[in-house]
Write a protein that binds this ligand. Structure first.
Ligand SMILES: Nc1nc(=O)c2c([nH]1)NC[C@@H]1CN(c3ccc(C(=O)N[C@@H](CCC(=O)O)C(=O)O)cc3)C=[N+]21
Length: 283
């Protein structure tokens, strides 16, 4: 058996088209949705990512402004800039690209962003809202994974979902979103005793560890849905996920590729959160 591919690029394109429609409707009412992106320092990967985010935004009619600051910027200056953006009625979403330079307290920076503009969904208030099922902003990566499951019409109710990884931006929120859909959820991590025993029972596996070959074909139940959140480089320097794609695709029912899977969906969900933020200010 060979798994069907869940094409993140194709789905992201559909999501962007939907966002473009909502943007147009807001613009017709005189509101220009606006995302402010802050990049501190010269990390080459971050430079590429933020350029993508700005280009995606402009493609869907959202305004995006990129603010670049030197790595030596003082934390106080950054906090002041965020507070000014919080007050700016013309700005609907604020994204501070991570990682920040080491001399900055990431937690403090994120907590300074107004929860109403926290389109990354990283603020404690956003995490709390997700936990208790209140309106807020969901982190873009797990939100994108959920969209990918929806795109194949997958009904999570009563299914066993195994999340590998317990980070605050992917594993934990992913588990809560799956639970919100009535899945039975197991969270596995580096201290899990017998990962294979867990994944073999899974109807859905989300791999979000940040290490190659965390999930191999012998660990997957035939027909399972496999979502690969990993972003790693292989020995040839090629982008690869956490899943041994070539092996796992022989047993899984559905699988997401890397690249072209969760990555493009993460970017698309940032646009969804931004248009949502703009709509909420005018509801
Ligand atoms: N405040 C903040 N929010 C973030 O969402 C955030 C961040 N900081 N810091 C860095 C990480 C990383 N991240 C990616 C999103 C999409 C792709 C993506 O679209 N990847 C393409 C491939 C890109 C390539 O070829 O390198 C793909 O998987 O097909 C990659 C990486 C968001 N991040």
């Amino acid at each position: 058996m060979t798994a069907s591919l869940i094409d993140g690029n194709a789905l992201a394109k559909r999501v962007r088209a939907e966002v473009a429609g909502r943007t147009e409707a807001l613009r017709a009412r005189g509101i220009q949705p606006h995302l402010a992106v802050i990049l501190v320092g010269e990390d080459p990967a971050s430079q590429v990512y933020v350029k993508h985010k700005v280009a995606d935004s402009e493609q869907t009619g959202l305004k995006a402004t990129l603010e670049r600051y030197p790595a030596a910027m003082q934390e106080g200056e950054l906090l002041a800039r965020i507070r000014a953006l919080n007050e700016d009625k013309g700005v609907h979403g604020i994204l501070v690209q991570l990682p920040l330079p080491k001399h900055m307290d990431t937690h403090k920076v994120i907590e300074t962003i107004s929860p109403a503009k926290d389109v990354d969904g990283f603020h404690v208030a956003s995490a709390g809202a997700l936990m208790v099922g209140q309106p807020g902003f969901w982190p873009c990566t797990p939100y994108g994974c959920l969209k990918m499951l929806d795109s194949i019409g997958y009904d999570l109710k009563g299914k066993h979902a195994v999340v590998i990884g317990r980070s605050n931006i992917v594993g934990k929120p992913m588990a809560l979103m799956l639970l919100g859909r009535d899945a039975t959820v197991t969270i596995c991590h580096s201290r899990t005793m017998d990962l294979k025993a867990m994944t073999l029972q899974a109807d859905v596996v989300v791999a979000a560890v940040g290490r190659r070959n965390v999930l191999t074909r012998d660990m997957v139940k035939p027909g399972a849905v496999v979502i690969d959140v990993g972003m790693n480089r292989n020995d040839e320097g090629k982008l690869c996920g956490d899943v041994d794609f070539e092996g796992v695709k022989e047993v899984a029912g559905w699988i997401t590729p890397v690249p072209g899977g969760v990555g493009p969906m993460t970017r698309a969900m940032l646009l969804v959160n931004t248009i949502e933020a703009a709509e909420r200010t005018s509801a």
